[in-house]
Design a protein around this ligand. Sequence first.
Ligand code: SF4
Length: 348
Amino acid sequence: MKPFIYDYTLERLREWMNEAGQPAFRADQLFDWLYVKRVCDFEEMTNLPKMLRARLAEAFGFVTLSEITKFESKDGTVKFLFGLHDDHAIETVVMRHNYGNSICVTTQVGCRIGCTFCASTLGGLKRNLTAGEIVAQVVTAQQLLDETDERISSIVIMGSGEPFENYEATMDFLRIMIHDKGLHIGQRHITVSTSGIVPSIYKFADEGTQINLAISIHAPNDALRSKLMPVNRRFPFEEVMESLRYYMAKTGRRITFEYALIGGVNDRPEHAEELAQVLQGMLCHVNLIPVNHVPERKYVRTPREDIFEFQRILERAGVNATIRREQGHDIEAACGQLRAKHMEFQAR
Ligand code: SF4
């Protein structure tokens, strides 16, 4: 199979042009067609010489995401289930906020991390996405928004999969997204969320970007975190915290701690107090997420009043905390739910 043109950063396209005996500016022209004009056919790239267009078509393919289903929520959230060339399915969500549109992208087909509250991991990991397959989710969504003159202004890498287990593809995706000759998404408007892959946190800290980091913490201590997230046995709580302290010292950037509240499991006042203690003095923010109901698991939702109480305890201790506003509740927008249903249907 040919490599996807979206797999290539501008720097790699320049190298390719150089090897093809073409001046570097041809790569810039190509990049402009791909990400500013958002054209998906080399033949339409009319300022490139005809011979070069033919060579590009010979060397590269375009990622084709077929729309299996699309659900639109009353609040404007749109959830896509896209089909890939090898018949796998991935989810992508576009959310409308009063400050702009954001997209939540997927980096792997399935996931092997095994968080007990997540539907994405139920079938395990099928494969990594290439950088181009992640890019295609944004380009496809942007092409749809182009019809109404809207723009994607922020990206969260929080869809299915663990981006730091597909590190190089995720980084190439980010390099393509932030480039000022392409879609030019502001680095501070992009968030990568990890379950705590320690070596990659160090690597990411050393990248020197302004991209935000979020960590799925979900418990205030090692024992409880291991129960909820098996990955904690590979990278224990304290090692994760140590890598985050390194990240903060290196980048000076605030970290977001994602905390999914699960009724009776990790949502008691003592959990909030312990969490507040662990995060004391850290440049951080806690995002409380009332857990979504996953039929395969027996978790129940935390009552509203308890959610507010959890937040109050954190804030009283000087830890900044917000409750995530739920979007697309009416369309099963939670991570992995749509794909899980699709797989179940195919298995029948
Ligand atoms: S929450 Fe994220 S890391 Fe955990 S299993 Fe689901 S997709 Fe994987």
